[in-house]
Design a protein around this ligand. Structure first.
Ligand code: PNW
Length: 541
């Protein structure tokens, strides 16, 4: 009997059926308990996605202004020209934050709003005043600013000179960063240099679906832009460290995004290897230089070998000089992590030579489990277990940095405001991802110091326009004041913050999506029993 069951379970395991639990958790349980007393709760937005007022009060044009004004780049040709008009409604936004009960607000400064042509030669005082007012309003309401310097809206004037493909942009970024430290640093003590360099270079310089919209046929631009971003980050970190830290006593880091790459089948070594390679290409690309000075070995190896096979005389992955390695190493006081979901990863080296570029260099492919609840975004599946996995991976791969989750959240595409506000799927998402983060802290010892919900309100979702909504608050784009209304998830998030975790009470752990809830209700109990048996079987093997 045990043998038959054992063989059956091994077969299922070979098929890759069970690598996580049917409820999407890492261990089939919901953990009750509290976060550390000084845990930071926050919510986030970014300048281009919410401010509107794109050409008001002396603001310069950004690459996103240029991109959205080019027909066919964004769903429905939506633009951020008006967006949520937070340029005018920032006091309302601060009240939303207060109502949520967060201690911090993560927002970004629009570089061309304060430096219209990108350089320090022309400072737009009206732009500075806007951010001063926002910061003062936050502090008056007991909310601390977490300021991102670059959330993708590069001044178009700098793009005209090559943007992130031209290393002189790094110096302009450093001037801009210094200006922000000078003008805001008396009241801001948490700084993020760049939001998601991976998205900037893959979507902006590789796939061409984000500004400035390059499609990288030779497979070089992506790496060059990434190289410059790393150097620009290090430069700004040193400027803060050398000139401001002693007096302002703040901390400064970077925010990186990654999915969680779960091996498609944990018992196939090439799947396990591919999943680790994917993590190194996605997260390690930027994290490894910051912690260890240089790109991950697997990246240098893959890009080098492929470049050689492509008859190139040198690797498409640029090299840091020894001096650069020294100056990049150690330049993040904390790790900012944007995490949304997991995927199933396997080896894919069908085209050993080309086409040249990041995807071919990485040589992995992805799949999803059809049981995972979907979201309003194709790339995002509801996979809470991934949160615990990615936090543990960072914990073991790098020297245990303090981690701020600087973004986490989920989208939907509701057909009406009424449906949009009754967002049980979002509440499910937040409760379960936050619970997996609690497990990483309490059960695994990962040093997570803060959590940030993306986003405070519905906003301009880049190439997807206004169709995908990520907000805790509904925005009525048609109303004159862009009225914000709390969704049910805002109340649920507030309660988690007020309780500083989860106090023991019966809650539903059933996902909302049709597919998953059917799976869970029909098979959930059976699968859970099977899974425990499998674990027992593995332990006694
Ligand atoms: C992040 N992906 O972008 C950004 O920081 C936000 O501005 C954005 O609104 C939010 O996540 C939701 O998309 C991402 O394709 C964009 O994996 C795309 C991906 C991940 C993050």
């Amino acid at each position: 009997m045990v043998n038959t069951l054992g063989v059956f379970l091994v077969l299922l395991n070979i098929l890759g059926v069970f690598t996580y639990y049917p409820d999407g958790s890492s261990d089939g349980k919901f953990l009750y308990g509290k976060f550390p007393d000084d845990f930071i709760w926050s919510s986030a937005t970014s300048s281009y996605q919410i401010e509107g007022a794109w050409d008001v009060d002396g603001k310069g044009e950004s690459i996103w202004d240029r991109f959205v004004h080019t027909s066919g780049k964004v769903y429905n040709n939506d633009t951020g020209d008006v967006a949520c008009e937070s340029y005018y409604n920032y006091k309302t936004d601060v009240q939303l934050l207060k109502e949520l009960g967060v201690s911090h607000y993560r927002f970004s400064v629009s570089w061309p709003r304060v430096l219209p042509n990108g350089t320090i030669n022309d400072i737009n005082e009206k732009g500075i005043t806007y951010y001063n007012n926002l910061i003062d309003e936050l502090l008056a309401n007991d909310i601390k600013p977490m300021l991102t310097l670059y959330h993708w809206d590069l001044p178009q004037k700098l793009e005209d000179h090559g943007g992130w493909l031209n290393e002189t942009t790094n110096d302009h970024f450093n001037d801009y960063a210094r200006l922000c430290f000078q003008r805001f640093g008396d009241r801001v003590s948490l700084w993020i240099t760049f939001n998601e360099p991976w998205i900037i270079v893959r979507h902006g310089y590789g796939y061409g679906i984000f500004a400035p919209g390059y499609s990288d046929a030779p497979g070089t631009k992506t790496y060059i832009a990434g190289h410059n971003l790393l150097k620009a980050h290090a430069k700004a970190w040193h400027t803060y460290d050398d000139e401001f830290r002693a007096t302002q006593k703040g901390t400064i880091g970077i925010t990186l995004n990654t999915g969680w790459s779960e091996p498609r089948n944990a018992s196939i070594p090439s799947d396990v290897e591919a999943a680790e390679r994917a993590m190194q290409f996605d997260f390690g690309w930027f994290a490894h230089p910051i912690y260890y000075g240089d790109y991950p070995d697997v990246m240098k190896w893959q890009v080098g070998n492929k470049s050689e096979a492509q008859n190139l005389t040198e690797s498409r992955l640029p090299k840091f000089t020894p001096a650069e390695i020294e100056s990049i190493k150690g330049t993040s006081d904390f790790m900012g992590l944007n995490f949304y979901g997991a995927g199933l990863t396997f080896n894919d080296d069908n085209n050993p030579v080309g086409p040249p570029g990041y995807d071919n260099d990485k040589a992995t492919a992805g799949a999803i489990d059809p049981a995972w609840p979907v979201s309003g975004s194709d790339w995002l599946k509801v996979t809470p277990f991934g949160m615990r996995s990615v936090l543990n991976w960072i914990y073991t791969t790098y020297p245990n940095p303090p981690i701020y989750v600087t973004e986490n959240g989920v989208s939907d595409r509701p057909s009406s405001k009424e449906n949009g506000i009754s967002d049980e799927a979002r509440t499910f998402y937040y409760r379960h991802y936050i619970d997996e983060m609690l497990k990483a802290i309490k059960l695994d010892g990962v040093n997570v110091v803060g959590y940030t919900a993306w986003s405070l309100m519905d906003n301009f979702e880049w190439a997807s326009g206004y169709r995908e909504r990520f907000g805790l608050h509904w925005v009525d784009y048609d109303s004159p004041n862009k009225t914000r209304t709390a969704k049910d998830s805002a109340k649920a998030y507030s309660k988690i913050i007020a309780d500083n975790g989860f106090i023991d009470e019966p809650v539903s752990t059933t996902p909302v999506s049709g597919v998953a809830s059917t799976t869970v209700s029909l098979f959930g109990i059976g699968l859970t029993i099977l899974f425990f048996t499998l674990q027992l079987f593995r332990m006694t093997r």
